[in-house]
Design a protein around this ligand. Structure first.
Ligand code: ZN
Length: 350
């Protein structure tokens, strides 16, 4: 059923972040009063990393489990999960962004709860009520249910390549420009705005910026800090009832790159570079954003993203075409000259 009220916030109910929290999976399921039939949605690699452990932990506590393997975030994979979920009373997504998105959308379609067990901390989808899915050769962000519970085991996530964690930081730092775009849209287009959501979203970006020198490879404390921020960012979106607090023109730039770049980089890496340039357009302190990302070890140039300069310019020019109803500093679009200027002045292209 669709709620009639506009002010409906859907938040995760239980959240466990820390070393070895995966061992508490059965405990959380019991606390959430979930029926004892789980379908574990996982990837080929993440099955070995954590999927099988989750299955063993649940089975030893009297749960019946099945495993569904996901290869891509598309309708075919969602259909295959819903097809195998006949006997399941809830889903557990154990893996990276693709797996979590498919589990989120499949459980929304099945109208059963879903738990999020991320194996990387690369973006804020682990806690949000939106999912990215490939459709007609494009990646679109669609509404879904928020996870009922989140189990983020820092010991597991710390073993993932550091690039993913740095990418998560890029996605978080992008909250700055997302909120600026939101405020601009509120002033110019009178779009609904939430001070609480905006404040929480800005605070998560600030915490990551302030801790930039403490975010390092192979440091579980870094993972914990980033995970807490990613969950808070998801909660900010839940409070707003939209992705506005965490997705503005820097996200449009990243989505445009996904469309046109021969080999796009990670979502959060692209959003981080986008944030540098969009902060320049807003007249803000873009150098501070760049320096924090650099200190974290996230890409700050086209070369570091592994994307040739011309695609960066093209994505800036075309970014306004993405979700055009979402008003941002890009307005109706940058001219090519303006796009070249911002990319060159901020040092993103050489
Ligand atoms: Zn994002």
């Amino acid at each position: 059923m669709t709620p009639k009220s506009q002010k409906w916030m859907q938040l995760p109910r239980s959240i466990a972040i820390g070393h070895g929290t995966i061992a508490d999976t059965a405990c959380m399921c019991a606390e959430l009063k979930l029926d004892r039939r789980a379908l574990i949605v996982t990837g080929r690699k993440t099955r070995k990393i954590a999927g099988e452990s989750v299955s063993d932990i649940l089975e030893s506590d009297g749960f019946a489990t099945d495993i569904a393997i996901v290869t891509n975030a598309d309708q075919e994979n969602i259909d295959s999960v819903t097809g195998t979920a006949e006997n399941a009373s809830f889903l557990i997504g154990v893996g990276g962004g693709t797996v979590i998105d498919v589990a989120k959308l499949a459980s929304t379609q099945l109208d059963i709860p879903f738990l999020s067990v991320p194996t990387t901390a690369s973006h804020d989808g682990i806690a949000s009520m939106r999912a990215s899915i490939a459709r007609d050769g494009d990646t679109v962000s669609v509404p879904a249910q928020a996870p009922l519970g989140i189990i983020a085991d820092t010991a597991i996530i710390a073993r993932a390549p550091y690039r993913f964690l740095a990418s998560g930081c890029g996605d978080l730092i992008s909250n700055y420009t997302a909120v600026m775009d939101w405020q601009l849209a509120q002033r110019l287009r009178n779009v609904p705005y939430s001070e609480y959501a905006a404040a929480l979203s800005q605070m998560t970006a600030q915490i990551v910026m302030d801790a930039a020198d403490m975010i390092k490879p192979e440091l579980e404390e870094s993972v914990r800090l980033v995970l807490k921020a990613l969950v808070s960012s998801g909660v900010a979106m839940s409070i707003a009832g939209s992705s506005r607090p965490a997705s503005g023109s820097e996200h449009k730039f990243s989505h445009a790159l996904d469309r046109i770049a021969p080999e796009p980089a990670l979502h959060g890496e692209q959003c981080g570079v986008g944030t540098i340039m969009i902060m320049y357009l807003h007249g803000g302190n873009w150098q501070q954003i760049r320096d924090a990302l650099r200190m974290i070890g996230a890409p700050v140039t086209a070369r570091e993203l592994g994307i040739p300069d011309q695609y960066i310019i093209e994505a800036l020019v075309r970014a306004a075409e993405i979700r055009p109803e979402r008003y941002t500093i890009l307005g109706t679009g940058l001219t090519r000259d303006a796009a070249e200027n911002v990319a060159r002045i901020t040092g993103v292209v050489g």
